[in-house]
Each structure stands twice: as structure tokens, then as C-alpha cells.
Design a protein around this ligand. Sequence first.
Ligand SMILES: [Zn+2]
Length: 337
Amino acid sequence: MVELSGLPEVSAPLPWQAQDWSQLNQQLANGLLPHALLLAGNQYTGKARLAMALSRLLLCHQPSGGLNCGHCHACQLSASGNHGDFRWLQPEEKSRVIKIDQVRSVVEFTNKTAGLGQRKVVVLAPADSMNVNAANALLKSLEEPAADTYLLLVCHRLHSLPATVRSRCQILKLTVPDAQQCLAWLDQATGEREQSERLLALADGRPLLAEQLFQDDTADALAKLRRALQGLLTGRVSVPEAAALFAAASVEEFLAQLAGELQVLLRRTQDQQLTSRQGRAAFVLWDEVLRLQRAVSAGANPNKQVIVDALLVKFGRELGDGPLGDNIQTLRGDVHA
Ligand SMILES: [Zn+2]
């Protein structure tokens, strides 16, 4: 959940977004900023923060230096979450999906004129948590947006958005954050480089996840889960033992964890190993995990225990005890500490 009130005076983009940010500013200055913009990229890399910075810039009456000014009436309202021309849609508490009623109310909002006479901004974060009906309800607003209205769609998995939505947006694929920039940024929170490096490695290079691990003090718990998954590959850990560690996690968290592990595994695997039996099995399993993630974000409610057991069995049986397992062992030594 993104905080929508009590914001700092100025909402700035993150350091690794500087280039994308200057491009957006240029488009805005030239009157070329699209009315439907899709911000695509990996989860935990700061897309929602970029959407917030852009929203507040669009609403501000006296932007300065390419950022919202922080002092005008509009900035005060957007900082307190009370700007009448601004809507931020995200799944409601305890829900995983953006519901059709939420989308309908936003469509109605886009049809009204701006109250403060400038622009209206709608953010959907993440847009891939809309189910098909909600996405369909949004199509008309995307197709014929009002002149003063900007729709910003934040999206973790581009291909889980219906093609009808994608094709109506200009897509901005955000760059993968540079590790040095992430570390410098993380240092501000952790105060020490060694800690920042450990967190960023655990988070597979996703800086906002690293920050969250630090703030929630959950890095050790995550490292434990990682070790269990790796132990499955070598037969040191049994499926029930590994499953027990996910007892407190939601289906969503479990799938994200497994997808992350598979992604790291595939990324670090030599080309020739990718075509091996295990390499192919890793792709098949990853595909299955992504399909389940899409189903869950669209509102499906599968039996968690069944999913956890089935996927862990496959993970251990089909990927373990071979070159892929060796990769994980040698390359992820950092989390064995
Ligand atoms: Zn302002």
C-alpha cells in the first residue's frame, strides 16, 4: 500500500530514474506527455514513487526545477491526500485486486472538469491487479481521455495486462536500477555499505525490497527461506521442512519468493545449461508460477497448502542435484553466511 497522506513537500523521483524523469519533463514541456502512460518494470524498483512524483508535478501550479514546488495550494492538498483532482487506485485493504467499482468511480471522475482548474490525475497501482471486468471498464477512459486528464498505470508484469489496455497506453519501460546507485541510496537508510550490499543481494537487486527488509527487520527471515529453497535442491532439506517455513506467508508471498528464486537461478545459469533437462524444467516451473501469480492477482483463491507442496516437490525433484543446483550453491554463497 502506498501512503497517500503525510507526504513530504516535494515528491522527487529516485536517483536511478533521473534519465526517465528528464524525458518525462521534456515531453511535458513540449506538450507531448501522453494522456495514458504505462510505467512498466520490475516490482520494488520505485515505479509508484515515480508515478507519485509525476502526479504531483502535473497538479502543481508553480513547478520548479522539474519538480512540484511543495508550497502552492495544490501541493499542500496533494501532500495531505486531499487534492480533489487526484485519484490513486490500489487494491483496498485485505484485497489483492482493484475492483470494478473502484474503476467505475474513477471513470466518472475523469468525465468531470477539474476542480482547481488545472489537470486531473489518476494512478492505478498496480494496474495488473485489475481483473478483466475492471480493465474493460477502464477502456473508454483510455481511448478518449479528456484533454486535462492523465492516467498513469503502474505495472509489474506487462503481459498480465490485457492487450486492449496495453495498446491504448504509451509504454515507458523503466531501466533496471544500477547497483552502485542503489547502494548509495540504501546507505542513507542503513548507514553502512556492508549492510546495504547484503540487503541488495538478498533482494536480487531490487532497492525498495532491500529498504523494506531493512525497515521491517526481515532480512534474516528471508535468508532462511532462501536457504531452505537451496537446501531442497541438494536434498539437505525435505519438502515438509521447507513448506513449514512458509506457514506464515500468503500464497502471494510464497509465489513471489519462488519466482524470485527461479529468476535468479535462470539469470545465473550458463547458456548451455539452459537447454539441459533441468534448464527446461526451470523455465516450465517459472511459467507455472507466473500463471499462478496472474490468477491470484486477478482474484483467484487457491488452496495454499496444495500449491506450496506441489511447487516445492517440483522445484526439488526437477531442478535439484545437478548443474542448476550447483549454480545456486556457488553463486548465492552470500546468503549462506
Ligand atoms: Zn506546487
